[in-house]
Ligand binder design. Structure first.
Ligand code: THU
Length: 135
């Protein structure tokens, strides 16, 4: 495991996540989510959830942020940290699909999110033990 993420960086990520949350398209759940990721070289990317009338087509905030970073920099990006916020103030940890996508690009990433017991940080492998990798 690498060096911890400074508080100032966590706050910066949460600010970016909160800002992009305003762009969420969530007319079905009315649950607006924002996520921001910190890349190894220091750049921050953010994304919001984008829902669809065909519910299964919904893209979570975390994946929107990650896919934007890949589109901008290519598949060699490495995620150091992820912050997730929502407009209900309640618990919101990344869903299973997003955990697998975070793991693909950030096998050593730290995730900041709201747990049932308040703000929490966890290593991706705590959230997703034995994530899938093609050998
Ligand atoms: N959602 C996210 O964007 N990220 C999460 O970590 C959990 C859930 C979205 C998906 C859907 O648009 C809404 O929240 C309700 O499930």
């Amino acid at each position: 495991m690498k060096k911890p993420i400074p508080n100032g960086i966590r706050k910066k990520l949460e600010r970016a996540a909160r800002k992009v949350m305003q762009h969420a398209h969530a007319p079905y759940s009315n649950f607006h989510v924002g996520a921001a990721i910190l890349l190894k070289h220091g750049k921050i990317f953010s994304g919001c959830n984008v829902e669809n009338a065909s519910y299964g087509m919904t893209n979570c905030a975390e994946r929107t942020a990650i896919f934007s970073a890949v589109a901008a920099f290519g598949p060699k990006i490495e995620i150091r940290a992820v912050a997730v916020v929502n407009d209900h103030g309640g618990a919101c940890s990344p869903c299973g699909a997003c955990r697998q996508v975070i793991y693909e690009f950030g096998p050593d990433a730290i995730i900041f999110f709201q747990s049932a017991n308040g703000p929490k940080q966890a290593h991706i492998t705590e959230l997703l033990p034995e994530g899938f990798r093609l050998a």
